[in-house]
Design a protein. Sequence first.
Length: 157
Amino acid sequence: MTAGSSRAGAAAWLVSREVHPRVAREAWAKGLPATLRSGIHFDAVHIPAALIEDRAASRQRESIEAHFRSAGITGSVIVSRLRDRYTALVPPDTADTWDVHRTECLGAGCHTNYLATPVPTRREPPGAYWLLPAPDGPEMLCAPDRLRELLRADTAR
């Protein structure tokens, strides 16, 4: 698979169950984040940046990426516009049992379950961007157990 087809695959997969996928595609075409519903293809775990960065002992991208990768997390992580939060996309229904202190998991049953999702090809600031590649299928979502393990190790410090 080429890089271009993978990027197109991520955009197509992310919006494939949206009621109005055209709206998301139009936002991305303008370079803006699209508002997607969690709980359909994915749930979304919001993580305060300090939980990750303190453990990685750095705010440098390479160190943060390495920290996620050390836990077996290789895709589906967003950096917020203000760089104050990481959001990991996890399989649907994760929110039903999510229990990690100082984090929040958005899913279908949440009052607010919408996520501002950067253009799938955006890998650098300005604005929100993908720290680790956007998913083009469910196999690229973060494994909840690995994410829990990483976060519990971080909060235990």
